[in-house]
Write a protein that binds this ligand. Structure first.
Ligand code: NAP
Ligand code: MG
Length: 475
C-alpha cells in the first residue's frame, strides 16, 4: 500500500484581518460597547483566526433601523433590478469561491473537498436561482401582487455557515425584504466576507446587515420589535425558545431544526452503492448535518454482509487536515460539540450497544472524533433517539417494510430519510409513509436550490429552497 502524499490547498488565497467590526448600513463599524469581542479559532489546530465583535442591544437596534430604512427603496425596485444585484453577488461568489472555500474550511474544520465542491457551488447556485425569481414573483402562485414582509431577522448555525446564509439571504432579497443576519459564534468569518461581497456588488447600504455574537445576540435580534420575520436554523431547543418569544407578535416565523434521519436499506439494494450512501449520509461534514442519515435501518437478512462492507469502506476514510485535498473527514467544529459527541457515544456503550471505529490516528492538536458505528442498537437507546450531530452511526435492523417504516417514523424529528432498494414500487410505497420533509431514494444528502427543504414535527416548520421558499418572505 502506498501512502498518500500531502496535497494541501494554499492558505495564502485568503487574507483574514486580525479583527472585525459589525456590518451595519453598508459599513464595518465597531460595536457600541467596547467590551464586546470574542475569538474564532480553527478547530483543526486551535489557532486563533481573528477577533470578532459581540453585538449588543444598541448594535442590534442600529442594524434593524438600517434594514428598515433600506426596506422601502429596496422593495420599490423593479424585480429585474433586484435580480441584477443577486446575479452580481452570485458571480462574485463564483469568482472568489476558492478564497471562500479555504476560509470556510479554516473556520469550520470541514474538508476543503467539501467546501470547494459542495458548499461553494451550492451557495452560488442559490443566489443564481433566486435571482431568477425576483422579476417573476407574480407568477409564483402567491397572488397577483405579492409583497415583501419588511425586515427579516435571520439566525444560522455553524455546520454550513455560508450555505445557510445563502438559504436565508437569497430568497429574502429576491422578494424585496432586507435582512439582519447573525452567524454562529464559532463560524462568523464567511458571513463577514459575504458582507464584503455585498459591498463589491454595490448592494445598497442596509439591505444586508451582519451582526456577530453568541446566543444572546441572536435572542436580542429575534425578540427585536422592529423585525417582521424571523428565520432560524439551529437546534430544536433554541427553536422552541424562539417560537415562544415570537408567539403573540405579528412576526412571521420559519424554523429549520434538528433531525435523526433513518437511512433504510432493503435486501434487494445494490450493496456497494448503499455503503457509499451510508458513508456520505453520516460522515459527510463530520456528521454535522441536520439531515444526516444517523440511523441506519438495515434488513436483517443482509445486515452482516452490509456491515462488513461498511467497515471495510470506513477503514479507508482519511481523517485529518481539512485543507488537505485527500481528507474525507475533517475536524469537529468546537470543543463543546466534541464533548457532546463523546458524552452521547459513551452513553451508547454504557447502554449496551457495540461500538466500532476503524484504526485511525487523530491529530494531537484540535478537535477530532474517529468515524464510529454502533451495532446492536435498540429504539430505546439514547443514541437511537437523540441527535448526536457528529460522525456516529447507530445501526438497527428490521425484517419487513412495515417494521422499517414504523422504526423510521419512531422519532420526534422528521427532516429527512433515505431508501435503498432495487424496486421502484417499494421505494414509492415506503416514501409515501415516511414522515420526513425530504426522502432520498438510492442516494443521500443531495441538495438543489430548486428543491424545497424542511421538516415535520420537531424538525421545524416552513420550507426553504425552491418556489416554496419564496412563500416564507411574502405577504
Ligand atoms: P443552536 O445552538 O441552536 O444555534 C443556532 C444559532 O442560534 C447560533 O447562531 C446560536 O448562537 C444562536 N442562538 C443560540 N441561542 C439563541 C437564542 N436563545 N435565541 C436566538 N438565537 C440563539 O444550534 P447549533 O448547535 O449551532 O447548530 C446545530 C443544530 O442546528 C442541530 O440541531 C442541527 O440539526 C440544526 N440544523 C438544522 C438545519 C435545518 O435546515 N433543519 C440545518 C443545519 C443545522 P451561538 O453560535 O452563539 O450558539
Ligand atoms: Mg471557528
Amino acid at each position: 500500500m502506498f501512502e498518500y502524499a500531502p496535497a494541501p490547498e494554499s492558505r495564502s488565497v485568503v487574507d483574514i484581518a486580525p479583527s472585525y467590526g459589525l456590518f451595519i448600513d453598508g459599513e464595518f463599524v465597531p460595536p457600541a460597547s467596547s467590551g464586546g469581542a470574542f475569538k474564532t479559532v480553527n478547530p483543526a489546530t486551535e489557532e486563533v483566526l481573528a477577533e470578532v465583535s459581540t453585538a449588543g442591544p444598541e448594535d442590534i437596534d442600529r442594524a434593524v433601523a438600517a434594514a428598515r430604512r433600506a426596506s422601502g427603496p429596496w422593495s420599490a425596485l423593479p424585480g429585474a433590478e433586484r435580480a441584477k444585484y443577486l446575479f452580481r453577488i452570485a458571480r462574485i461568489i463564483q469568482e472568489r469561491s476558492r478564497e471562500l472555500a479555504v476560509l470556510e474550511s479554516l473556520d469550520n474544520g470541514k474538508p476543503i473537498r467539501e467546501s470547494r465542491d459542495v458548499d461553494l457551488p451550492l451557495v452560488a447556485a442559490h443566489f443564481f436561482y433566486y435571482a431568477g425569481w425576483a422579476d417573476k414573483l407574480r407568477y409564483a402562485g402567491f397572488g397577483d401582487n405579492p409583497r415583501p414582509l419588511g425586515v427579516a431577522a435571520q439566525v444560522i448555525p455553524w455546520n454550513f455557515p455560508l450555505l445557510m446564509l445563502a438559504w436565508k439571504i437569497a430568497p429574502a432579497l429576491a422578494t424585496g425584504n432586507t435582512v439582519v443576519l447573525k452567524p454562529a459564534e464559532t463560524t462568523p468569518l464567511s458571513a463577514l466576507f459575504f458582507a464584503d461581497v455585498c459591498r463589491q456588488a454595490d448592494l445598497p447600504p442596509g439591505v444586508v446587515n451582519i451582526v456577530t455574537g453568541a446566543g444572546d445576540a441572536g435572542r436580542t435580534l429575534v425578540e427585536h420589535p422592529g423585525v417582521d420575520k424571523v428565520a432560524f436554523t439551529g437546534s430544536t431547543e433554541v427553536g422552541r425558545q424562539i417560537a415562544r418569544s415570537v408567539a403573540g407578535t405579528r412576526k412571521r416565523l420559519t424554523l429549520e431544526l434538528g433531525g435523526k434521519a433513518a437511512n433504510i436499506v432493503f435486501d434487494d439494494a445494490p450493496i456497494d452503492q448503499a455503503v457509499e450512501g451510508i458513508v456520505n449520509g453520516i460522515f459527510f461534514n463530520q456528521g454535522h448535518v441536520c439531515c444526516a442519515g444517523s440511523r441506519l435501518l438495515v434488513q436483517e437478512s443482509i445486515a452482516e454482509e452490509l456491515l462488513e462492507s461498511l467497515k471495510r469502506r470506513m477503514a479507508t476514510l482519511r481523517v485529518g487536515d481539512p485543507l488537505d485535498k485527500n481528507t474525507d473527514v475533517g475536524a469537529i467544529n468546537s470543543a463543546e460539540q466534541l464533548e457532546r459527541i463523546r458524552t452521547l457515544s459513551d452513553i451508547g456503550a454504557e447502554e449496551g450497544a457495540e461500538r466500532w471505529s476503524p484504526p485511525c490516528t487523530l491529530p494531537s492538536q484540535g478537535f477530532w472524533f474517529a468515524p464510529t458505528i454502533f451495532t446492536g442498537v435498540t429504539q430505546a437507546h439514547r443514541i437511537a433517539r437523540e441527535e448526536i450531530f457528529g460522525p456516529v452511526l447507530s445501526v438497527l435492523t428490521f425484517r419487513t417494510p412495515d417494521e422499517a417504516i414504523e422504526k423510521a417514523n419512531n422519532t420526534p424529528y422528521g427532516l429527512s430519510a433515505g431508501i435503498w432498494s432495487d424496486k421502484g414500487s417499494q421505494i414509492l410505497a415506503v416514501a409515501d409513509k415516511l414522515r420526513a420533509g425530504v426522502v432520498w431514494a438510492n442516494t443521500f444528502n443531495k441538495f438543489d436550490p430548486t428543491s424545497p427543504f424542511g421538516g415535520y414535527k420537531e424538525s421545524g416548520y416552513g420550507r426553504e429552497g425552491g418556489r416554496h421558499g419564496l412563500e416564507a418572505y411574502l405577504a
